[in-house]
Design a protein around this ligand. Structure first.
Ligand SMILES: NC(=O)c1ccc[n+]([C@@H]2O[C@H](COP(=O)([O-])OP(=O)(O)OC[C@H]3O[C@@H](n4cnc5c(N)ncnc54)[C@H](O)[C@@H]3O)[C@@H](O)[C@H]2O)c1
Length: 335
């Protein structure tokens, strides 16, 4: 079968690609071709796999090509991140809303030419939830909580959830939207996401660098590891329509943790000297954004697909350490 991952050179997309290639099959069928479409080139290990083809271009160009090219399935992950969308309103609309609509229309076009609807998994976000004076945020957001996004990014994700559901209702795609929790520990450098510090306060100390936590230790947030997130996307793809239940988006599993618990876990796994590299320095802008985020999430429908969160944040840190064994990302561990 032939699969497309938009955003396939990104953090989650590249990991999803590696996991699919290692398994070799999806929904019981052999993966013959995996197309990674992204503004950036895929990492070398993916590029070198004979089953991988890279399309390094804006999503709009990929969508044009899609009209003539059949795919069995699509993971739609390409997206501008939350901070970028707040800073550049047009960028968010173009990348996240117009891009998704163009993708859905390219897939619809093929169905109208007589092809079977492609299966599509859309990566939505916990950012669809937020407090509205008329809709106070519950302590735990569930699949059935009414979303009230408080950012442009969250709004674009919510609109796209509904578009995916409607194109599915019309039979143009077999679409499923899954809301990702904050995926941590993200490797590399800080990105434009306001949630970037949730990874930085673990990643930087492990690399021997100082890290600043811009919010107070009692801030709570739902997170997930990269691997559980990828497993969730694959399970959502593989689910029958009946097992997915309906067309509305579902939450992927969350480990609900406080900043204090994350730091305690860092100390338990890496020792007090690593933990001591994190200091608190309040950033009113980030603290204000975070105050509008869910403090915890549940995922009843995902549990019905057999998906569970990690039991402990320590396990998430250990996953990061195992992924980066022998690299400079862990040089702070030896110090
Ligand atoms: N990482 C998280 O914590 C998190 C949480 C909730 C939702 N999500 C969603 O999951 C998906 C993957 O997240 P990620 O962390 O891997 O993000 P990422 O930024 O690492 O990857 C996204 C990729 O999309 C590409 N992209 C952006 N605009 C594009 C365009 N117009 N055309 C082609 N490619 C484009 C970027 O180059 C990037 O490589 C995104 O849709 C994101 O919104 C992520």
């Amino acid at each position: 079968m032939k699969i497309l991952i938009t955003g396939g050179a990104g953090f989650v997309g590249a990991r999803l690609a590696r996991t699919l290639l290692a398994g070799g099959t999806l929904a019981g069928r052999r993966i013959e071709r995996l197309v990674l479409a992204d503004l950036a080139a895929p990492p070398p290990d993916l590029h070198d796999d004979a089953r991988v083809a890279a399309r390094v271009e804006p999503l709009a160009a990929t969508c044009e090509a899609l009209r003539g090219e059949p795919f069995d399935g699509v993971f739609h992950l390409a997206s501008a991140v939350s901070g970028e969308c707040e800073a550049d309103f047009d960028l968010g609309l173009r990348s996240n809303l117009d891009g998704t609509r163009a993708l859905l229309d390219a897939l619809r076009h093929r169905v109208q030419q007589g092809a079977a609807p492609a299966r599509l998994v859309f990566s939505s976000s916990i950012a669809v939830f937020g407090p509205d004076p008329a809709l106070p945020l519950p302590e735990v957001v569930g699949d059935d909580t009414i979303p009230a996004p408080q950012t442009s990014y969250g709004t674009q994700k919510l609109v796209c959830e509904h578009l995916v559901a409607d194109y599915t209702r019309k039979g143009y795609v077999d679409g499923r939207a899954a809301r990702l929790m904050t995926v941590t520990v993200r490797p590399g450098r800080p990105n434009g996401a306001a949630s970037s510090f949730f990874s930085g306060m673990i990643r930087e100390p492990l690399a021997g660098e100082e890290a600043v936590c811009p919010v107070s230790p009692d801030v709570r947030h739902p997170v997930s590891s990269p691997q559980r997130t990828v497993e969730g996307l694959i399970a959502v793809y593989e689910a029958s329509r009946e097992a997915f239940v309906g067309r509305s988006a579902l939450n992927l599993p969350a480990l609900n943790v406080s900043v204090q618990q994350m730091l305690d876990a860092l100390e338990a796994v890496a020792g007090p000297r690593v933990r001591a590299r994190v200091r608190f320095e309040r950033d009113e802008r980030i603290a204000g954004i975070v105050a509008n985020w869910p403090r915890a999430a549940s995922a009843r429908r995902a549990a019905g697909l057999g998906l569970q969160p990690e039991a402990r944040f320590e396990d998430i840190i250990r996953q990061y350490i195992a992924d980066h064994a022998g690299t400079p990302a862990l040089k702070g561990l030896e110090a």
